[in-house]
Design a protein around this ligand. Structure first.
Ligand code: NAP
Length: 463
């Protein structure tokens, strides 16, 4: 039987509910805090007090890495899932259940069994701050969620057992979803897998789906990449295409199939913001676009990972003078990344008004397209679709490039675009759109599952 892992903040009932679930299933229950105490021969408060939290986390990581892979129910410490290595171990071949509770309930429960403080704050404030800080990690680690506030451990255990046995969707919801998926352009093999996952006779109720939301979405390389990652990390998920001109319907199907998340592509990156419960304030809100949606505990949260995909390969160019070509969705993420790296950015766009608007919003300069030659930037970023197959045009002429320039083309089909080819010929350093794709997908996988995939693994899989 698949290993069952309980995670969540302390005081949410992991040990009580986990033990009851284990009892019902006839499996042993282990608690990672208890394993740390057994391993060290010391109590958790004493490890925190004498050696500090960092030392405790090392012990915790060791016991998690040594857990049996099946036929066991595991309760984890409240902060265990912040460490991506722990998440990778805990998630492999497991089903992860996140227990939550409201702040007042957690406080009441914690007052009954004192635990070492993790901050210098009063208890209720500490709980509120830590729950908020860790929420993204809990959501990423969770396959199923249940709020234990106002519920007895016995009743909570029954709900969890039912989720494990039946999943979180009804047959009517799954049948309606299949009708939706059949209307999109999904390859036959992928549709067959989806039908088996959602409505097949021997359906696995613990299997979950995710997908790319777009119209069209068929060009996306995400399904191939994500499904390969699921095999590698032994995650019980299937990634597919949510292709429809109707974003509202896509979101409805995603919710009704209990989808874990969506990668969002053209033309929905802006529109999707109106469909979400929350939007990441740091980046997505300021960029004005969402390319990642995480569903957990009845909530949908939008993020943008495109900007991280642009930022990562440019870190060594901090402070450079940059020209950004284009003022659409991806250009907005690129402008955010370049300004985050303190670059002096000028946006050039076919429609100058859009360049002006984006520049004003993100604190960049803008100019008419033919101003390029006056600027002579250190870095050129192409965020237009020029050069994307079947288009073979370049946004710049060869004589506009000089060998000191770095040229980053965000277009990744083909991997070597006419602009990149031209830049190489001129002796410029180049970065391809594939690098952005790899980085943004890596960040997206981290938001969905809390696992930090090495860059080399993704690079190998997209070759
Ligand atoms: P978008 O929102 O439609 O924006 C396109 C931008 O390109 C607009 O500024 C548009 O100018 C300009 N443009 C379009 N056709 C042009 C032409 N013929 N000449 C000059 N400018 C032109 O598209 P997007 O979502 O930002 O995507 C842009 C490209 O980014 C895509 O084609 C894709 O190749 C690439 N991309 C790469 C990744 C990756 O991971 N590497 C991810 C997403 C997208 P106007 O304002 O005048 O219309």
């Amino acid at each position: 039987m698949r290993r069952i892992v309980f995670c969540g903040f302390r005081g949410t009932g992991k040990t009580e509910v986990g033990s009851l679930v284990a009892q019902q299933l006839g499996l042993p229950f282990v608690d990672t805090d208890q394993l740390v105490e057994e391993k060290t021969g010391r109590s958790i408060p004493s490890i925190f007090h004498e050696d500090g939290e960092e030392r405790f986390r090392i012990h915790e990581r060791e016991v998690i890495a040594d857990l049996p892979g099946s036929d066991i129910v595991v309760g984890t410490g409240g902060g265990a899932i912040i460490d991506p290595v722990n998440v990778e171990h805990l998630r492999a071949g497991s089903v992860c259940v996140l227990l939550t509770a409201d702040i007042a309930t957690i406080e009441r429960r914690l007052m009954q069994k004192p635990r070492p403080p993790l901050t210098g704050l009063p208890l209720i404030e500490e709980i509120a701050e830590l729950v908020d800080r860790r929420r993204q990690f809990y959501y990423a680690a969770a396959d199923f969620c249940f709020d234990t506030s106002g519920t007895s451990p016995e009743a909570a255990a029954q709900v969890v057992l039912s989720l494990l046995k039946n999943g979180a969707t009804t047959p009517a919801q799954r049948n309606a979803a299949i009708v939706f998926f059949r209307a999109g352009r999904i390859p036959d093999m992928a549709l067959a897998t989806l039908e088996k996952t959602l409505t097949g006779q021997d359906r696995d109720p613990q299997a979950r789906i995710l997908g790319v939301a777009g119209y069209p979405a068929a060009h996306s390389r995400s399904p191939g990449l994500f499904n390969a990652l699921f095999s590698r990390y032994r995650l019980n998920y299937h990634y597919t295409w949510f292709e429809s001109p109707d974003l509202h319907r896509i979101m409805q199907v995603a919710r009704e199939t209990d989808a874990k998340g969506l990668s969002v592509t053209i033309p929905f990156k802006q529109e999707v913001m109106d469909e979400l419960d929350e939007i990441d304030e740091h980046a997505a809100r300021r960029i004005g676009a969402v390319n990642t949606v995480v569903f957990a505990c009845g909530t949908s949260v939008g993020y943008n990972t495109d900007w991280l995909g642009v930022r990562k390969p440019l870190v060594p160019m901090k402070g450079a003078t940059a020209v950004l070509l284009g003022a659409g969705g991806v250009a907005s993420a690129a402008a955010f990344a370049l300004t985050d790296l303190e670059m002096k950015v000028t946006i050039l766009n076919r429609t100058p008004e859009r360049a002006e608007e984006l520049a004003g919003r993100l604190g960049c300069g803008w100019a008419e397209w033919d101003a390029f030659d006056r600027i002579r930037p250190d870095l050129v970023v192409n965020a237009t679709p020029l050069g994307m197959l079947p288009d073979t045009r370049s946004p710049l002429r060869e004589e506009q490039l000089v060998k000191e320039m770095m040229v980053f083309d965000l277009v990744y089909t083909p991997p070597v675009t006419p602009l990149i080819e031209m830049a190489k010929k001129k002796g410029c350093r180049t970065i391809t759109g594939m690098e952005m794709f790899v980085q943004q997908a890596r960040e997206q996988f981290y938001l969905f599952f809390g696992i930090d995939v090495p860059e080399s693994v993704i690079q190998e899989l997209v070759k």
